[in-house]
Ligand binder design. Structure first.
Ligand code: NAD
Length: 353
């Protein structure tokens, strides 16, 4: 397979974690005889430094010409005085919009080796945590009308059938390559948008007879994620609920350094990135945990290129490294072997063979 991948190294620890992810990608390329053409694309702080603009037109053109996008992280205190439209993080919102990325997938996977890091009780963690939050990303209350009149304010939460259908399909497609369970989270006892979600999601479910569908109110879902996370496979939800629940889901796995994410649209092109930021406090110190970025590469291979075995190889290699007791500083616990970002990347890459 031959693919063009746009790589946004970004700021802070971005270039360090991307270097390790590319090391692993190159091993996969060699092992399976694929050809991955990588193009460095400027966005965020690095783009401001080079051109004055957080997302130059040339970068947008390069992203649109790619088969998929891998991102480290953008931002940092250096850019705090930029006007809102030219802030590094704004570049990410613009990329999502330019690439039509309306779905955000965030897996909540607890590596058993890191179980101590979870704030949940041992008895709950022992049942396993392995689910994905599929969040609608470009509709709902964040994109509806916001209005303040004197002592009153209104935020509007619009959703159309088309917007719900397309995100529902992403959730069902995701469930098809997992344990075939979708739980749609809403507030259908109160919100009209949620009632529409239930109707549309029920209709889309008919196209996926192998997938079982359930519904849950968001307040209950927030409790169930803490109480019995093992019950979930794919959680499908709208933008604001997804924003909150995906953070809760990350939290119960204990470390933000290991969690990948993807943003997907109508085409197979997605943007893949770790969930954490640019960690300016540890940038340039070889201390960053590259596993979230390495696992983002696995997600890219699986969801954009349908290279499931290759993705599984990366996940297995990460598991082996953890099994063998290697930890970056953020995951460190007693009796484990502390390694830096580069060594962690080398170890994962070495297990690919
Ligand atoms: P952060 O995620 O960068 O850091 C929070 C804490 O987690 C820090 O102590 C950091 O050292 C640690 N951390 C984060 N990633 C780590 C890793 N891979 N390995 C080890 N430790 C890690 O969040 P923040 O400090 O709130 O934000 C820093 C900058 O990143 C800000 O400019 C923010 O806007 C930006 N940001 C970017 C993205 C993105 O690019 N998608 C997301 C969130 C924040």
């Amino acid at each position: 397979m031959e693919k063009n991948i746009a790589v946004i190294k970004g700021d802070g620890i971005g270039p360090e974690i991307i270097a390790e992810a590319i090391k692993v990608l190159r091993k996969i390329e060699k092992k399976y005889h694929h050809v991955f053409h990588l193009t460095d694309v400027l966005a965020g702080g690095a783009a401001i430094d080079a051109t004055g603009c957080n997302l130059p037109q040339e970068s947008i053109d390069q992203l649109l010409a790619s088969d998929s996008v891998l991102l480290g992280a953008v931002g940092g205190p250096k850019y705090d005085d930029q006007p809102p439209a030219n802030r590094p993080e704004k570049a990410l919102l613009m990329i999502r919009s330019k690439l039509g990325l309306f779905a955000n997938l965030r897996p909540a996977v607890l590596f058993p080796q890191l179980a101590d890091a979870s704030p949940l009780k041992e008895s709950i963690v022992a049942q396993g945590i392995d689910f994905v939050v599929v969040r609608e990303l470009t509709g709902g209350i964040y994109f509806g009308k916001h209005e303040t009149n004197g002592d009153q304010a209104v935020d509007v939460m619009p959703y159309s059938v088309m917007e719900i259908e397309r995100i529902a399909r992403v959730a069902f497609d995701t469930a098809m390559v997992r344990r075939k369970k979708v739980c749609c989270v809403d507030k259908a006892n109160v919100l009209d948008t949620s009632k529409l979600w239930r109707k549309v999601v029920t209709d889309v479910a008919k196209e996926y007879p192998e997938v079982s569908l359930s519904f849950m109110y968001v307040d209950n879902a927030a409790m169930q994620i803490c109480k019995k996370p093992s019950q979930f496979d794919v959680i499908l939800t709208e933008n604001m609920f997804g924003d909150i629940l995906s953070d809760e889901a990350s939290m119960i796995t204990g470390t933000i350094g290991t969690i990948p994410s993807s943003s997907l649209g109508e085409t197979s092109r997605g943007m893949y990135e770790p969930i954490h930021g640019s960690a300016p406090d540890i940038a340039g110190k070889d201390q960053a945990n590259p596993l979230g970025t390495i696992l983002s590469v696995a997600m890219m291979l699986k969801y954009s290129f349908h290279l499931e075995q290759e993705a599984a190889d990366i996940e297995e290699a990460v598991n082996k490294v953890l099994d063998n007791g290697y930890r970056t500083a953020d995951m460190m616990s007693e009796g484990m072997k502390q390694v830096g970002c580069r060594t962690m990347g080398d170890l994962v890459a070495s297990y690919i063979e």
